[in-house]
Design a protein around this ligand. Structure first.
Ligand code: PHE
Length: 339
């Protein structure tokens, strides 16, 4: 019996050395220590041996059992440690590896320039006003001194929703809304989308952007208009820029002017970009017509004002040297990536 136990012990220790997986250890446990295991069998068979030997063999069997158990636990721990180490090694993160590049979104050039213009005007004391794109005929035309059948309606090919509702053709509609609701002094700009039923080409689009400006106070003059626009253009393009006012007609301003800036390519000498003019047209402006002030409940005997409407696309195209307006709307990533 003692020899048998000794043999079992040696065998167990040897086979443990070769075990590598958790499953091997489990079958090992069953084989030696389980209910029908080899050591257990010896212990169970104690009854059938001579009483003198029983005590000694019993003690030895228990000792062997304890040794095997201990070795098994040691091995289990070692195997588990090895497993954990392997896992840690596999999952290690190399923080020095170059990161995965993810594409960053950017502002569209129209948004960049709009923000830039807003910043300039806010720096000059203007605040920002907003108005609806789907607008009443009254705000887009009627209150701006453009009654039904007025020829000026033909120059702004209008999308009509019904007889009274249009897609606004100009941000000038916001002038009326602001003046209706605000007591002078007023100093606002209003950037936004406008709509005209124009065919698409390099310089036309049925949807484009304007930035309206409106100043109303006591004693506002054409000189204030010119000074404001000059300062704005200098902030935008640098101190060398020159502006030029040409007489024009808008029903809602009197007098009215179209405003040009000196060409960014030739500086005023005349070149291909400015078509030998030396100047490029960027906005319409004028003194708010007394009838418009009156329509909005402002007394033209006390107050006067000026207004201007900047075409945003023109400025963007000028800033980035873009020769075709369609690039701004086609959302071609190859184009947009450049800004
Ligand atoms: N609303 C005019 C246009 O769209 C521009 C403008 C605005 C002119 C304000 C004068 C004053 O052409």
């Amino acid at each position: 019996m003692k020899q048998l136990l000794e043999k079992i012990k040696q065998e167990a220790i040897n086979s443990l050395q070769n075990a590598e997986k958790i499953e091997d250890l489990e079958s090992f446990r069953v084989k030696y220590l389980g209910k029908k295991g080899e050591v257990t069998s010896v212990l169970k068979g104690l009854g059938s041996i001579a009483p003198e030997e029983r005590k000694e063999v019993g003690a030895l069997a228990n000792e062997v059992r304890a040794i095997i158990e201990e070795k098994l636990n040691e091995k289990k721990e070692a195997v588990q440690n090895a497993l954990m180490n392997e896992k840690l090694k596999k999952e290690v993160i190399d923080v020095t590896m170059p990161g995965k590049k993810c594409d960053m979104g950017k502002l569209h050039p129209l948004a960049t320039v709009r923000k830039q213009l807003e910043d300039i005007f806010m720096g000059m004391g203007f605040s920002i006003a907003d108005g609806p794109e789907v607008e009443l005929d009254y705000y887009n035309f009627e209150a701006l001194n453009i009654p039904k059948n007025h020829p000026a309606r033909d120059t702004q090919d209008t999308f009509y929703i019904n007889d009274d509702v249009v897609l606004r053709t100009q941000t000038s509609s916001v002038q009326v809304r602001v003046m209706e609701n605000t007591k002078p002094p007023i100093r606002v700009i209003s950037p936004g989308r406008v709509f005209r039923s124009d065919a698409v080409d390099a310089t036309h689009s049925p949807v484009f952007h304007q930035i309206e400006g409106l100043v109303v106070d006591k004693g506002v003059t054409m000189g204030d208009l010119k000074g404001t626009l000059e300062l704005f253009m200098k902030r935008l393009y640098g101190d060398d820029v020159k502006i030029r006012l040409r007489p024009h007609h808008f029903p809602f301003t009197e007098p009215s002017a179209e405003v040009d800036v000196s060409c960014f390519v030739c500086g005023g000498k005349g070149c291909r970009v400015c078509k030998k003019e030396g100047f490029i047209e960027v906005l319409g402006a004028g003194m708010v017509h007394p009838k418009v002030l009156k329509n909005c409940g402002i007394d033209p005997e006390i107050y006067s004002g000026f207004a201007f409407g900047i075409g945003l696309e023109r400025i963007v195209m000028r800033s980035y040297n873009i020769d075709d307006m369609r690039h701004l709307y086609e959302n071609d990533v190859r184009f947009l990536k450049q800004f």
